[in-house]
Design a binder for this molecule. Structure first.
Ligand code: PXG
Length: 289
């Protein structure tokens, strides 16, 4: 069965899901998106993802031509049409087709696209043994230029960092902000465990307000762990007892080496493993928010 894509309000075969070459999403990266997962047919934290999508759109003066409730229904409709239980869902809203030239007012209608496909997972080995990452020279774009809280179709800042990481043999790369503080990875947020406390950069370090990040903070606080959202430096990373990343695609993934330095004992630590377990339970609990 051909994959069905939700586009312009209809479900069509993937090969018939097309947009104009004049769409400003393509011409200028003018648009927003979300990457969401479903577990056993239930979309994980759909409300949070939709809130972030609509906030991203508002921040770029893009009016999404449907209500949040209609969007939620369309996501489930797309999921059911493709009969995928554990899906990777990509929501894209572009500025729509316009004239050549930046002016967004010359675009007709925003284009809404929903894709639900099978998820390709990181190899299990990464979760058992932990990842090796590097700090890259590409800094996270300054939030006064383009807020990293906007999940925009313009991901070149992250892609340039990813290229640097890949050239160094790492699948994920750590980005600093313009102050030299730890920001986030190219598609994941970062956490440290230090002296029994969970540390992560605050949103105003210029990072995406990650939904997995918030789930992990909530899970840790539920069992009375101390969680601090504070500015961190590379020094904090190098002396941490444990390090892990969070993201919709990666979930919770341990990091054991940063810049060729061993973090902690060089194996996924006990706090990380406990949070991986608790996160897994949360995804399988079937609760919608
Ligand atoms: N930082 C950045 C820059 C991201 O793009 C995260 C952190 C983690 O946020 P969430 O809300 O997912 O916990 C992201 C999310 C992909 C893909 O296809 C990337 C993300 C999410 C889903 C899929 O590479 N990045």
């Amino acid at each position: 069965m051909a994959l069905k894509v939700h586009i312009a309000g209809k479900l069509v075969d993937k090969d018939d899901a097309r947009i104009s070459v004049f769409d400003h999403g393509l011409l200028y990266g003018d648009g927003v998106f979300e990457g969401i997962r479903s577990y056993r047919g239930t979309v994980f934290r759909l409300e949070s993802h939709l809130r972030r999508l609509y906030e991203s759109a508002k921040a770029i003066c893009l009016e999404i031509p449907m209500t949040i409730e209609a969007m939620a229904d369309a996501v489930y409709e797309t999921l059911r049409a493709n009969q995928i239980q554990d899906a990777y869902i990509r929501l894209v809203v572009t500025r729509g087709s316009g004239t050549l030239g930046l002016d967004p007012n010359r675009c007709g209608h925003p284009q809404v696209i929903i894709i639900a496909d099978r998820i390709s997972l990181y190899p299990a080995e990464f979760y058992d043994k932990g990842l090796e990452i590097v700090t890259v020279s590409t800094i996270r774009n300054h939030s006064a230029a383009l807020s990293p809280r906007i999940k925009s179709l313009n991901y070149l800042n992250n892609i340039l960092a990813k290229i640097e990481g890949l050239k160094a043999g790492c699948v994920e790369a750590l980005m600093l902000n313009s102050k030299g503080e730890v920001a986030e990875c190219t598609g994941d947020n970062i956490f440290l465990v230090s002296r029994g406390r969970l540390l992560t950069p605050p949103i105003d370090a210029g990072i995406l307000d990650g939904i997995t990040r918030q789930v992990v903070i909530d899970l840790a606080r539920e069992v009375d762990w101390t969680v601090l959202e504070i500015p961190l430096t590379k020094h904090d990373v190098y002396i941490a007892d444990e390090c892990f990343l969070t993201g919709t695609a990666a979930e919770v993934i341990p990091v054991v080496k940063v810049d060729n330095r061993t973090i902690g004992e060089g194996v996924p630590g006990p706090h990380t493993r406990e949070l991986m377990d608790r996160f897994r339970q949360e995804t399988l609990s079937g609760s919608r928010e």
